[in-house]
Design a protein around this ligand. Structure first.
Ligand SMILES: [Zn+2]
Ligand SMILES: [Zn+2]
Length: 135
């Protein structure tokens, strides 16, 4: 069981299934919506993910996806595709144990802020992962 929640504790979530994958996203939508130079996501199967306390507010950040966040403290919990989502991309920083999910790749690398760099040899994709829709 993986659990996490927002800064104020009003919204809590859990996943009964193991993470599918984890990665950095450098896209401008993730950057603005988190206020951080890069987002780090971990994906869980939609069927295994649920809210255990409170309910998030929802913001449609594009025509293809939305962000779920705490309406009280503003913590962004996750991204998911608006239609037909098979995974929920949880913001790693909201996990109770973020050390358990280490990133495996970078997406939207072409949008990386020039002064921001990570010391790793992970695969880097200019856009989304080859089989993914944009995040
Ligand atoms: Zn909160
Ligand atoms: Zn993104």
């Amino acid at each position: 069981m993986t659990e996490g929640g927002c800064l104020c504790g009003a919204v809590r979530y859990k996943s009964a299934a193991a993470a599918v994958e984890s990665g950095y996203c450098h896209c401008s939508l993730c950057r603005r919506s988190t206020g951080a130079p890069v987002s780090t996501w971990v994906s869980f199967p939609v069927a295994a993910f649920s809210y255990s306390k409170g309910q998030p507010a929802i913001y449609a950040s594009s025509s293809w996806g939305h962000r779920e966040f705490c309406a009280t403290c503003g913590t962004q919990i996750c991204y998911r595709d608006s239609e037909g989502a098979t995974t929920v991309d949880v913001n790693v920083g909201s996990l109770d144990d973020p050390a358990a999910c280490s990133p495996q790749y970078h997406i939207h690398s072409i949008d990386r802020i020039a002064w921001f760099e990570t010391a790793d040899a992970l695969p880097r994709y200019d856009g989304g992962k080859p089989q993914d829709t944009p995040g």
